[in-house]
Write a protein that binds this ligand. Sequence first.
Ligand SMILES: *[C@@H]1O[C@H](CO)[C@@H](O)[C@H](O)[C@H]1NC(C)=O
Ligand SMILES: *[C@@H]1O[C@H](CO)[C@@H](O)[C@H](O)[C@H]1NC(C)=O
Ligand SMILES: *[C@@H]1O[C@H](CO)[C@@H](O)[C@H](O)[C@H]1NC(C)=O
Length: 800
Amino acid sequence: MEAVFVKIGLSEQKAKDTVKNKKLAPLLEAVIDEANVRDSGCDKDQGNLLYQLASTITKDALPHRAYIVNSIMAGDLKTADQVSAAIKYLEDVQEPINKEEFNAAAGVGVVVTPEQIKDAVAKYIESNKENIVTNRYRLLGPTLATTRKMPELRWADGVSVKNEVEAQFLALLGPKDERDAPQKKKKEKKEPAKQQQQQQKKKEETKEVDLSKIFFEGELAKLHKPGGNKQIKPELMEEHLKATGGKVYTRFPPEPNGYLHIGHAKAINVNFGYAKAHNGVCYLRYDDTNPEAEEEKYFLSILETVKWLGFEPFKITYSSDYFHELYDLAVKLIKKGLAYTCQCTGEEIHAHRGGDNGGARTACVHRDRPIEETLEQFQKMKEGRYKEGEITLRMKMNLESGNPQFWDLIAYRVLFTPHHRTGSEWCIYPTYDFTHCLVDSFENISHSLCTTEFRQSRESYYWLCDAVEVYKPVQWEYGRLNVTGTIMSKRKILKLVTNNYVHGWDDPRMYTLVGIRRRGVPPEAINSFVLELGVTTAKSTIDVLRFDSKVRDYLDKTAPRTMVVMDPIKVTIENLADDYLEWVQVPNMPRKPEFGEHKIPFTNTFYIDSSDFREVDSKDYYRLAPGKSVGLLHVPRPVKCVQVKKDANGKVTELVCRYENEGEFKKPKTYIHWVGEAPAHGSPVKLDEVRLYEPLFKHANPDDAEGGFLNDINPDSLQVVKGALATVGIYSQIEEWIKKTEGHNKESMRWQFVRTGYFCLDYDTELDVAKVVAGNTKEAISRLVVNRTVTLREDAGKSS
Ligand SMILES: *[C@@H]1O[C@H](CO)[C@@H](O)[C@H](O)[C@H]1NC(C)=O
Ligand SMILES: *[C@@H]1O[C@H](CO)[C@@H](O)[C@H](O)[C@H]1NC(C)=O
Ligand SMILES: *[C@@H]1O[C@H](CO)[C@@H](O)[C@H](O)[C@H]1NC(C)=O
C-alpha cells in the first residue's frame, strides 16, 4: 500500500504515516482507484490534491467524491483552495451536478494575472489609505486577509497576492520603524491576574464578549484615558472626575425621527461596546431638538432595538431635559460678545458664507450689533414676538476659517411647533451644533464617538465648550457602515413605506433594524457582523452578501433542523401495510447531541418535494425517477419508484414506491427530505404560509438607477407559498422555544428547513401559549406562518 501512495507523489514518510492511519488509508486507496492511477501513479501535484480530498471530504459531499476526483484528474481543479471549494459546494447540491455552477463555485478555468492582482491590491490600498497610513504595519495582516477574500482575487495565487500587498505597503509606508513595534497592552498593567481571570470568565459566559478586544486595538487603543483631555480651566476636569469617578462615559444620541437602520447598529455597538469594554457607562440620549419630526413610536422603537441588541442604557435622557441650561449658556455666550441675533434670510446667510461657488465670506450687518441689543432681541425671541424664519441667534465664530463649521453657525431658531415633552413652553429651539457638545458636557461624556461626517464639527464642538467655559469632552470619529443593496436615508425609507413598496418600516426586506429583526436575524449575528469589520476611521461599504453569510454562519450553529416540503407530491409505498408505523429519530442538530432530537412517524404514505422527482431521468440524476431509488433522510432503507399516477391533465398526483429490502439495494447516492402522513399523530403539519424574500433592490447601489432608487425595486421580492408541509418535529421545537421565551418575540423561533433555507416564525402565526404549555401544541396553533430569513447558500435564491 505504501508503494501505491509513493507512486502518487507522497514522500516516503508521509506514505508510511498514511498507511498507519486506519481511517485515512482505505479512503485514499478508494480515491486512487477512482482516479484509476493505482498502477500508473500520477503527477505529484495531482497526488497531493487526491490526498487532500481523501483526508478532508465531508460526509455530505461524499456521494459526489468521484466527481471531484475526475475534476482533479482532468486538470480542472488545480489548487488546494479549489478542492476545498469544490467539497464545500457539493455538500448540499443535489444531482445532477450543474457543471457551470460547479465550475463557478470552484473557480475552474479562472486565471488571475499579475496585473490584475496588482490593480486589485492598489485599489484596495487606495480606498483605505488614510487608515493604513495611520495604523501602518498593524494593518498588514488584516489587509492580507481582506484582499484574499476580494471577489476578483478569490482564485488568485495566495503567495502572489501576499507579495504584492507587502510590496505596496513598503512603497506606501517605507520600511518598518519604531512606530511599528508591537504595542504594549496598557490595560493589563493593573492587576493583570484579576483582569485576565475576569476576561476568561466572561469569555466563557458569552461569545459576544470575545469581540470586546477590538476596543483595545488600532485607533481605539490610542484614545485618551478619562482625565487625559485638557480643559480651558483645570478645575473643570477635577469636578468632572469627581462626578464620574474617572470612568468612561459614552452616549448613543439618535434623533427620534425615524427607525434605526443597520448603520446605527455600528453606532450602538461602538458607543455601548466601548463603555462596556472599559467598565464604563453609556447613555441613550434622544436628541429631540426638532419638534417637527419627532413621534412617540420612534422613541419606543429605538429603546426596544437597543435592548434587543443586548445593551442596557445607563440612563435614558433627552436633549430637551437641558433646554434651560442651554438657554442660560446662550445668554452667557451673548454676554461674552460671542453670539448675535441675525435677521438675515436663509439665502442671505448662504450668500454671506460665500454662496454656491465658494466666494468671499462677508460679515452681515447684524454681526456687530451691541450686546445689549442682542440680549433684548433674544429675550423677545423667547417670548414669541418674532415669526418663524424672521430671526436666529448665531454664534460669532471665525469667518476667515477654512472650516465651514466656523462660519457663524446658527444656535437658536424660532419654531412654534409644540414639543412632545416640553409642550409649548418654548418657541425657540437650539440647533444640533449648539446642543450636541453642550449636552455631552452636561452628561460628563468622556468619549463622544460619532461618524466621520462630523469630522469638521469637532473644532466647533471644542470652540463652543471653551467659549462658555464648561467641561469639554473628546470627540472621535469612526467610519460609518454602508451596506450595498440597501437604502439608509430616512427620507427614502419613508418613501418606500408611504408609497407601499414595502409593508411598513419593519418589512423584512428592509435593512432597518426592526425589519432585520422581523426577518429572523439574531441580534448576535448583527453585533458580530458589525464588530468584526473593525472600528477605524475608514468608511466601509460592505457587500450585503457578507451580512447574509454572517447570518447563515450564526444560524447554522444555532437553528434546529426540521424537514419541510414546500411543494408536496404524495408518495405511497406498495409493500408496507396501511397500519405500518415506524418512529424515526431525527437530531435537532447534526453532530450536536446536546440539542436533542425529535421523532417523526414514517408510514406507507408521505410527501416529498416536487423538485426531488423527475419523470425524465438521466444518468447523472440521483433523486427519484421512475425505476430509480433514493434515500429518505433518517429512514433506514431507500425507496424505489415503481409507478407514476397522473390526473386527466397529465399532472403527477402520486408516486407509488417500494420500500427496499435489506440486501436488495446499494447505499443511495442522495438522501431527500420527506414528511410522513400519519393523521393520528398530527402529521403532516400544514404551514398556512411560507414567505420567501429576495433582495428588495436589483442592484448593489439602488441610488444609481436611472430615475432613482424607486426604479430599482425588484418586483418579485416577496413570494408567498401556501400548502407547504412540515413534520411534527416543528411542534416539539416550538415547545422548546416556548419553554425558553414564553412565546415572546415570535421571530426568535428560528429553524433550518433541511435542504431549503433558514426560516423564522412570523407574527401572523396564531398560537395559544397556554395550550402549548399544557401539552396540546397541535390545538394551540390555528395559523402557522413562517418567513425566510436567508437562503441556505449565497446563490440559492437566484436559481430558484
Ligand atoms: C457632571 O459633572 C458635574 C461636575 O463637573 C456634576 O455637577 C454633574 O452633576 C454631572 N452631571 C451628571 C448628569 O452626572
Ligand atoms: C413576515 O412577512 C410578512 C410579509 O412581508 C411581514 O409583514 C412580517 O412582518 C414578517 N414577519 C417576520 C417575523 O419577519
Ligand atoms: C454607500 O455605498 C454606495 C455604493 O454601494 C455609495 O454609492 C453610497 O454613496 C454610499 N453611501 C454613503 C452614505 O456612503
